[in-house]
Design a protein around this ligand. Structure first.
Ligand SMILES: NC(=O)c1ccc[n+]([C@@H]2O[C@H](COP(=O)([O-])OP(=O)(O)OC[C@H]3O[C@@H](n4cnc5c(N)ncnc54)[C@H](O)[C@@H]3O)[C@@H](O)[C@H]2O)c1
Length: 407
């Protein structure tokens, strides 16, 4: 039986962006961590990175140098799976590739003691398929951290169909111990946060095809209170990720909503990482600078896709992007992939920069009145079609005069 107390030693696999942050979470909370990567150079770079983060914390007087050294000394690096044998919990954070993850879980299953819990940090992949690569599916779950993982508070604790209740409880408690807002999520594509984000992203792109610009979209949503507009977020994540995966999948240009991304990538504008994406960046700076050329490219793409441009105002931008979140959140509730509307709100407050004063997307919908929300979604459905079909649970609550949250 797994329990909070039984988890004393933690293994982390993968020394990339996420692995580094995940390791810091555990060592900061006092757990010794054995850190594995097939690539020794990545481990060295990862350790260097972590030392740099702690050095900056010491300079900011968050803790002293002795504490920084103590944290680093809790990390042991390895390239050998046998060194994970005594771990109580292992968190995998390698490339987002099902075959690779299955291979690693099969190997881990043989290498690590029978009582250990095995977690994956996958963003989208099916936890059950990963669990099936092991002889212990009841001890496999998703622990989905958000980037940068040592800073973002959200942790989605994702239950597979076989995951034991003891394992869920233990990991929710460990999540709290490492300072996270741990939210239980079901195993659907993108879990709670990214599944909703897909709908929000689609709207952020459709309004641009219809006549808005990336800059206007960000201004409108930041005006609503989002910590970062979607286009600034695409620049942070890397515009090229989707473009490269479309190339690998051989889907050609994809739908018109991604043609602007394609165009930017063809011009080697990958985002913040190389100083130019939807926005421009001065060398060494993360300050996004409005680039009128992006607006021009957006117009070209929209014309090419056959759209007649119109003036899309800030109010429409906000309404469509936020209601897309609300409607998908309602669907997630209907399907039982979130336990409560409050949990969905926590995901958006702690993982996606939703404005605190609005309480999260579901609380925001409650504050508008679900009858108003339903009416607006029905209007959108009438003019734009199937995407806007209201979630059954939204319609039911609106018609009964109920709310999503307890309020
Ligand atoms: N980057 C994000 O913003 C983000 C956010 C949440 C979740 N995730 C998920 O986290 C996971 C890792 O993403 P990332 O961005 O940190 O990737 P990354 O590309 O930065 O790092 C992946 C690491 O895995 C290592 N690796 C590859 N094969 C290995 C193997 N067989 N054994 C051990 N190590 C191996 C690589 O050497 C590399 O260091 C993915 O599943 C991703 O979907 C990413």
């Amino acid at each position: 039986m797994a329990s909070f107390e039984s988890i004393k030693q933690v293994g982390v696999i993968g020394a990339g962006t996420m692995g580094r942050g995940i390791v810091m979470n555990f060592v900061n909370a006092g757990y010794p961590v054995t850190w594995l990567d097939v690539n020794g150079e990545m481990l060295e770079k990862g350790l260097e990175d972590i030392r740099g983060v702690y050095k900056r914390s010491v300079a900011q007087q968050r803790f002293d140098d002795a504490e920084a050294q103590a944290r680093v000394s809790r990390i042991t690096t390895t390239q050998n799976y046998a060194d994970l044998a005594d771990m109580d919990l292992v968190v995998e954070a390698v490339y987002e590739n099902m075959d690779l993850k299955k291979k690693i879980f099969a190997e881990l299953d043989k290498a690590v003691k029978a009582s250990a819990v095995l977690a994956t940090n996958t963003s989208y992949l099916d936890i059950d398929e990963i669990a099936a690569a092991t002889q212990r599916p009841g001890q496999v779950l998703g622990l989905h951290f958000f980037s940068p993982a040592h800073i973002m508070k959200l942790l989605e604790v994702v239950r597979g169909k076989a995951t034991g209740q003891d394992v869920m409880d233990a990991c929710l408690a460990v999540g709290t111990k490492i300072g996270k807002e741990a939210v239980l999520a079901g195993n659907c594509h993108g879990f709670i946060g990214n599944r909703m984000l897909e709908k929000y992203s689609r709207q952020s792109r459709e309004v641009v095809l219809e006549g808005s610009t990336p800059w206007q979209v960000d201004q409108a949503l930041q005006g609503f209170g989002m910590a970062m507009g979607p286009y600034r977020m695409y620049d942070v994540v890397g515009v090229d990720l989707g473009w490269r995966s479309r190339q690998l999948a051989g889907v050609g240009r994809g739908e018109p909503i991604v043609w602007l991304d394609n165009k930017l990538c063809e011009m080697e504008r990958f985002g913040q990482k190389n100083g130019h994406g939807f926005y421009k960046y001065e060398p060494g700076s993360r300050q996004a600078i409005h680039d009128p050329e992006t607006d021009m490219l957006a117009r070209e793409v929209a014309e090419e896709a056959g759209y007649t441009q119109r003036d899309v105002g800030g109010e429409e931008i906000v309404r469509r992007c936020i209601l897309a979140l609300v409607n998908e959140g309602a669907r997630i509730l209907d399907e039982g992939f979130a336990e409560s509307a409050e949990d969905i709100d926590r995901v958006y407050l702690y993982g996606y920069g939703f404005p605190k004063e609005r309480g999260g997307p579901m609380s925001y919908a409650d504050s508008l009145g679900l009858d108003v929300v339903l009416e607006q979604i029905r209007e959108l459905e009438a003019s734009k079609g199937e995407f806007w079909k209201p979630a059954a649970g939204l319609a039911k609550r609106a018609e009964a005069g109920e709310r999503f949250t307890k309020g």
